[in-house]
Unconditional design. Structure first.
Length: 146
């Protein structure tokens, strides 16, 4: 099979997806997740928590729900439906760590979970740190050197 035949085969077996429908589903599901989070935040603030404390509690709640839904297999189904809409930063990050943990648990806690837990999340952490370092450097140069 040459490259042209292979490309034709891939085009035949790849399901066609509507870009606009995918964007709509991502927007709606991501919006629902964020709206639920806002309701929880407002409720916590109404219970006399400070905004900072309420935000911390909200993060714990969102991480907990994402991990539970990942463990039950619901988060991947939602991700297949909504695509990028489930990548709301805190829940998507929790899902990436929990799914790697669940997947590699059978290999043991040291060489499975311990070595593979940050397989997906590791690049996010690395590039987040590097980009924040560069942003801080640019901020320093603009505000203190120039």
């Amino acid at each position: 099979m040459n490259n042209q035949e292979y490309a034709k085969y891939v085009k035949e077996v790849t399901p066609a997806k509507s870009l606009w429908l995918n964007m709509l589903k991502a927007f709606v599901i991501g919006g629902i997740i964020c709206t639920i989070a806002q309701f929880i935040l407002n409720y916590l603030i109404s219970m006399d928590f400070s905004k900072e404390d309420a935000a911390g509690i909200l993060n714990i709640i969102l991480i907990g729900f994402a991990v539970i839904f990942t463990g039950l297999g619901y988060y991947s189904k939602l991700g297949n439906f909504a695509g990028a809409g489930t990548l709301v930063p805190i829940t998507g990050f929790a899902n990436s760590i929990a799914s790697a943990t669940i997947e590699y648990k059978k290999e043991g806690y040291v060489f499975g979970v311990g070595c593979k837990i940050f397989t997906i999340a590791g690049p996010v952490i690395l590039y987040g740190i590097v980009s924040s370092w560069f942003a801080g450097l640019i901020y320093y140069i603009v505000n203190y050197v120039i």
